[in-house]
Design a protein around this ligand. Structure first.
Ligand code: ADP
Ligand code: MG
Length: 567
């Protein structure tokens, strides 16, 4: 096999040649302590950078077996190594040259610990994937710089970040333990009839709307109210006390700016594990909890929203409702029905992002607008049935309407960022001041009919490309000529998740969708394939920029495709 020296010599020989000559370095090189795989060579200095992998055999990387034996530990260790490598690349001196010359990049991890194609730890090896900008001056190969980059800078990074003895063993242990503890906490939720758990001492607020790091100094640590306090046990942290949010319907009430939405957002994030310094590493939520909101303007394809919306003006049916431009209420109804179709077991709703007419209709409005003129059955009349008929719990931030006291099992008041259990008071108030509302929408939630997507209504091609995908951030995905707006899919935390979802849509359309397969079965099959064969099964070549995601978000992306048609 070619070695580090052959690559070095070859790069020197390429110096000054046209950029295209770089193509010849594609291949695998033995660097002694590790293997360097150059999988893809960029066509010019300004194109997407070249993709490389390093594979360090375990005898050299020498990570103690206890750090990677269980899948959750292996993911946590891989996450740690990705962060180390990311930090080290940030420290690199800026190199000269055109385009992305000399730049080494790896996907940027968020606060969540996720399975990423960027790193993998097995009994055989540690593998890391990243990109390099092959150096150029103008459009000429800078061979000496390339040799330095690949044969000196890369080995240095590998020695510094992928070999156990070079790293802080205690920090790695802490990282892996925190993830294993979070998994343990989450696995105890069902036994305790909980949908979420927020540990005492947790730091919930973030630095800003665009910075997910914990608010540093002024944050008030979370402290559970005695009546909702539960103690769970972790393999490493031992007994952990905190607030359990019971199954059923939970209201989070309180004055404006008292921390209601911050609590809900921590619960939303609790479907993921977090790094130990996140402040929310012991906040855990049922894996299939879904934030749903109003999203006016979105398109809807063939969704049965009849549990919430009866016949519309001009006799439009709502059993298979389609529109290129949903209203606030119809979009929220569709978001809920679609989430349930995709397997949601808990709904997370915030009044800040809800349509008022979807959430409530009080006695006075019922008196003014007769039921036969109002197609909407408000959520307040369905939230209970969702639980009794389908076992789906709801956690709802609602500071604006006490009508919900009638249907809540638990009422938590946030008061200066501290939770209080006010369930008894709320129930007493509900008895003393009756809402005098008429219950609407019947005794049951209504039937749920899974849809079948027409595979050929999904077209990832653009011009001469049979597949064209583009992702810049967590809120937008370009599939062929179509842009899918994901800004209302709030539990996506890394662009790599969206990249993986884009690949998964193409994969689903090619291999798993038929004219007789209901969408939930398609999603389940795709997720099972990823579980079994890894994120690499979604792409033709090994990519380093894919991040794990839930079937719920894959479904959400498909549902927002404007060309989507159902059978
Ligand atoms: P609400 O939804 O009740 O109106 P938010 O959750 O939006 O309130 O919180 C209001 C502000 O208070 C936000 O800037 C948030 O970051 C901050 N905040 C929330 N919880 C805490 C806390 N525990 N300690 C300090 N600040 C907090
Ligand atoms: Mg709020």
């Amino acid at each position: 096999m070619a070695t580090q020296e052959t690559l070095y010599d070859q790069l020197y020989r390429l110096d000054g040649q046209g950029y295209g000559a770089y193509k010849s370095i594609k291949g695998e090189y033995d660097f002694g302590d590790f293997g360097l795989h150059i999988d893809h060579v960029q066509g010019d200095p300004f194109a997407a950078p070249s993709r490389v992998r390093v594979v360090v055999p375990q005898p050299i990387a020498a990570f103690p077996q206890s750090l990677w034996t269980m899948p959750c530990r292996a993911i946590a260790l891989a996450d740690y190594l990705t962060r180390e490598f990311y930090r080290a690349t940030r420290g690199q001196a800026q190199r000269s040259g055109s385009g992305k010359s000399g730049q080494i990049d790896i996907v940027r991890p968020s606060q969540a610990v996720l399975n990423r194609s960027a790193a993998r730890v097995t009994s055989e090896a540690v593998e890391l994937r990243f990109t390099v900008g092959l150096p150029a001056f103008g459009r000429r190969i800078a061979g000496r710089q390339a040799a330095e980059l690949l044969c000196e800078a890369v080995p240095e990074l590998v020695a510094k970040t992928l070999v156990y003895v070079a790293l802080d063993g205690a920090e790695i242990q802490r990282h892996v333990d925190a993830v294993e503890d979070a998994e343990a906490l989450r696995s105890q939720l069902t036994d305790h009839n909980l949908v979420a758990f927020v540990a005492d001492g947790a730091i919930l607020p973030r630095r800003s709307g665009v910075d997910e790091q914990p608010l540093a100094d002024q944050a008030i640590p979370f402290q559970s109210p005695a009546s909702l306090r539960v103690t769970l046990t972790c393999p490493h942290a031992g007994a952990v006390t905190g607030m359990g949010i019971p199954q059923g319907i939970t209201l989070i009430v309180g004055g404006g700016y008292h921390g209601k939405s911050t609590l809900l957002r921590a619960i939303e994030a609790g479907v993921y594990n977090h790094i130990p310094d996140d402040g929310r590493h012991q906040v855990v939520t049922m894996p299939a909890a879904v934030k749903v909101r109003a999203e006016d303007g979105r398109s809807i394809a063939g969704v049965d929203i009849s549990p919430f919306i009866g016949s519309l003006p001009q006799g439009q049916s709502t059993r298979s409702f389609s529109t290129p431009n949903a209203s606030g209420s119809t979009s929220q109804a569709a978001n809920i029905i679609e989430a349930i179709e995709a397997g949601a077991t808990v709904l997370l709703v915030d009044e800040d992002t809800s349509a008022t007419n979807f959430m409530i209709r009080d006695r006075r409005m019922q008196a003014l607008i007769a039921k036969d003129r109002e197609p909407i059955t408000p959520f307040i009349d369905k939230v209970r049935q969702l639980y009794t008929d389908y076992g789906i719990s709801t956690v709802l931030v609602m500071g604006g309407s006490g009508d919900y006291f009638d249907v809540a099992d638990t009422v938590i008041a946030m008061d200066e960022f501290a939770p209080r259990d006010v369930t008894e008071q709320a129930k007493a108030i509900a008895v003393e001041w009756r809402t005098e509302r008429d219950r609407e929408g019947g005794a049951h939630f209504g039937s749920l009919t899974p849809r079948i997507v027409q595979p050929d209504s999904i077209d990832p091609s653009q011009g001469r490309h049979s597949v064209k995908l583009r992702v810049r951030d967590v809120d937008q995905l370009q599939l062929g000529t179509e842009a899918i707006d994901l800004s209302a899919v709030e539990q996506l935390v890394e662009p790599g998740q969206v990249r993986a979802i884009a690949a998964a849509i193409v994969y689903a359309q090619r291999y798993r969708m038929t004219l007789t397969t209901p969408l939930p079965d398609v999603i389940e099959a795709v997720m099972a394939d990823i579980e079994q064969y890894g994120l690499d099964s979604l792409t033709e070549w090994p990519m380093g920029d894919l991040v794990s995601f839930r079937g719920l978000e894959l479904a959400a992306a498909i549902n927002r495709l404007r060309t989507l048609l159902t059978v």
